[in-house]
Each structure stands twice: as structure tokens, then as C-alpha cells.
Ligand binder design. Structure first.
Ligand SMILES: NC(=O)c1ccc[n+]([C@@H]2O[C@H](COP(=O)([O-])OP(=O)(O)OC[C@H]3O[C@@H](n4cnc5c(N)ncnc54)[C@H](OP(=O)(O)O)[C@@H]3O)[C@@H](O)[C@H]2O)c1
Length: 276
């Protein structure tokens, strides 16, 4: 069984690769230069040549702010690129895993979003990822659409790393406390995806660490665990104006799979694994 991973240099893709390598399982992880998902010919040629059994599609345009200015590019990667991958997967009889986002929701709910809740994205990134979901549903029936949120882990920058880095030079940091979500550790997410693909229970799933918090709660917990003397102060999201409108509440309920560990224990394990 060969698994192909797109976006293998990213936060999630690199963790999936690490777990597959540790388990001694065969995988293919083409660089963007070998399989740029916006290039239909290159993408299909690659997939046809390698004929994987499963494709875990993590590649995406993930810069939420930049997507507001580069709408065409965001749709090209997240919607058209996903369509290319989904059609190629279908042609070779592979199963497809598409990673989607909590930003498909508008945040008007007050309790966790279930897999069946109606998506109404507020920003370009969310709309482009939802268009990717639709492309998957249309092109390939053997799919898993995995929505996740507030991802942190090994490769690349993330919110926790940023807070810990800032704490080295700042006595106080203001962090928004009026936006709630589900932080998700790549280690737990990658493990859950690799378990999910063994089930053959296709469809749409929410995979996020358990519990819910604000960005303020997440920063405060990371600072507390790190032993830093920096004080985290709550503030309103109006203190940090942004181009992209974000959902105020995008907590994901895992209603169809085993729950992932609580976010606090995930942050603790993550901090034990890094030195910032
Ligand atoms: N990060 C979050 O908080 C979050 C939350 C919810 C959902 N998600 C979803 O989770 C998935 C993984 O996110 P992540 O944070 O791991 O992403 P990431 O760290 O930003 O990595 C993105 C990956 O996509 C690749 N890529 C971008 N454009 C490409 C193209 N045209 N062709 C091929 N590869 C391309 C990048 O390759 P290069 O190295 O060449 O740039 C990189 O490997 C994405 O689908 C994202 O939408 C993320």
C-alpha cells in the first residue's frame, strides 16, 4: 500500500511523513517542483506514473491574510489544484484524503460545529477551501474530507512558536480573547488521519484536539508551561485589524471518530518536543 502526500514540506505533511517513516511504511512525497497541483499535466502525469493507493492532499495556499489580495491564486491552488488531484486519484483508483478547515464556517454558532453543519465561509481562504471540498465530492466517491483547525507542530511557523519567541523580548503581550477555536497538534492529527484511512468509512470528518479555547487561553497556557515570566493580557480582536474576516467561534466537534486528546495536554507534549 503506497501513500502519496502532497504538501510534504508543510506543518501537517511533514508530520505524516515522519509517522509513516517511523512505521516503515512506503510513501511518496513529491516536492512542489515535481508535482505542482496547479499544473494539471504535471499533477496527473505524476499520479498516473506512481499510481498510489492513497493520496493525502495537504498542499494548500494557507496564508489567510494574503488570500484576500491573491484571490485568484488561492482558488487556483485550493480549488483547481484540489480538482486536479481528485480527478487523478479517481483515474488511478486511489482513495483521497483532503484536508479542509474550520474557516468554512461563519462562527455564528455557540456550540461545536458538527460535520453536518452548513458551511458559510467568511473569507477568501475559507471559500477556496470549501470549493476544494466540492471538487473532491464531485470527482471521487472514495474520499475523506478532514476539517481541522488552529494547527501547530514541527515544521514552519505557528502561533505557539510566535508567542514563545516574542516572550523572550517582551514583558507583556496582548492576545485576543474573543475568538474561540480548537487548537490541533500535528502529531495527534497525523495519527488520527492514518487511523481513519484504515476504516474505509468515507465522508466528512472533524479532527481537532479536544476542548476549546481563545487565542488568549492558548498563549497563556503555552507561557505558563514554558516557565516564562511574560504576562499575557486579554484584548479584543479589534486591537488587531486584519484584511480577512475570521469566524469568532470555530470549535470543531469530532462526532464521527474517537476524540483526540485535550488541547492542553497536546500543548504540553509539543513544548516538551521543541526548544524555541
Ligand atoms: N495551519 C492551520 O492552522 C490549518 C488550519 C486548518 C486547516 N489547515 C489545512 O491543513 C493543510 C495543511 O496545512 P499546513 O499548515 O501543514 O500547511 P503549510 O505548512 O502552509 O504547508 C503548505 C504546503 O503546501 C505546499 N504547496 C503550496 N502550494 C502548492 C502547489 N501549488 N503545489 C504543490 N504544493 C504546494 C507547500 O509547498 P512549498 O514548501 O513548496 O511551499 C507546503 O508543503 C492545508 O490543507 C490547510 O488548508 C491548516
Amino acid at each position: 500500500m503506497t501513500i502519496m502526500i502532497t504538501g510534504g514540506s508543510g506543518q501537517l505533511g511533514s508530520e505524516i511523513i515522519r509517522q509513516l517513516r517511523d512505521a516503515g511504511r512506503p510513501f511518496l512525497a513529491p516536492q512542489r517542483a515535481e508535482c505542482d497541483v496547479t499544473d494539471v499535466k504535471q499533477t496527473k502525469d505524476f499520479v498516473y506514473r506512481c499510481s498510489p493507493d492513497i493520496i493525502i492532499h495537504c498542499a494548500a495556499f494557507t496564508d489567510v491574510e494574503r488570500a484576500e489580495e491573491e484571490q485568484e491564486r488561492a482558488f487556483l491552488v485550493n480549488a483547481t489544484g484540489t480538482k486536479h488531484i481528485a480527478e487523478a486519484a479517481s483515474a488511478v483508483g486511489a482513495v483521497l484524503v483532503y484536508i479542509s478547515t474550520d474557516y468554512v464556517f461563519d462562527g455564528k454558532k455557540k456550540d461545536p460545529y458538527g460535520e453536518g453543519d452548513h458551511p458559510v465561509p467568511l473569507n477568501v481562504y475559507g471559500r477556496s477551501k470549501l470549493a476544494g471540498e466540492e471538487a473532491v465530492r464531485e470527482a471521487i466517491s472514495r474520499h475523506y474530507i478532514v476539517r481541522t483547525s488552529w494547527v501547530f507542530g514541527g515544521a514552519g511557523p505557528n502561533f505557539i512558536k510566535k508567542i514563545l519567541t516574542l516572550s523572550k523580548t517582551k514583558d507583556t503581550l496582548k492576545v485576543v480573547d474573543d475568538v474561540m477555536g480548537s487548537p490541533t497538534y500535528t502529531v495527534d492529527l497525523a495519527g488520527a488521519i492514518l487511523r481513519l484511512i484504515q476504516t474505509d468509512r468515507f465522508g466528512t470528518f472533524h479532527l481537532a484536539n479536544g476542548g476549546a479555547c481563545s487565542w488568549y487561553d492558548l498563549a497563556a497556557e503555552a507561557i505558563r508551561l514554558s516557565g516564562s515570566g511574560t504576562t499575557i493580557l486579554p484584548c479584543s480582536s479589534e486591537a488587531y485589524p486584519s484584511k480577512a474576516v475570521r469566524p469568532r467561534y470555530s470549535v470543531l466537534g469530532n462526532h464521527k471518530t474517537q476524540p483526540l486528546p485535550q488541547w492542553q495536554t497536546a500543548v504540553k507534549r509539543y513544548l516538551a518536543s521543541i526548544s524555541v
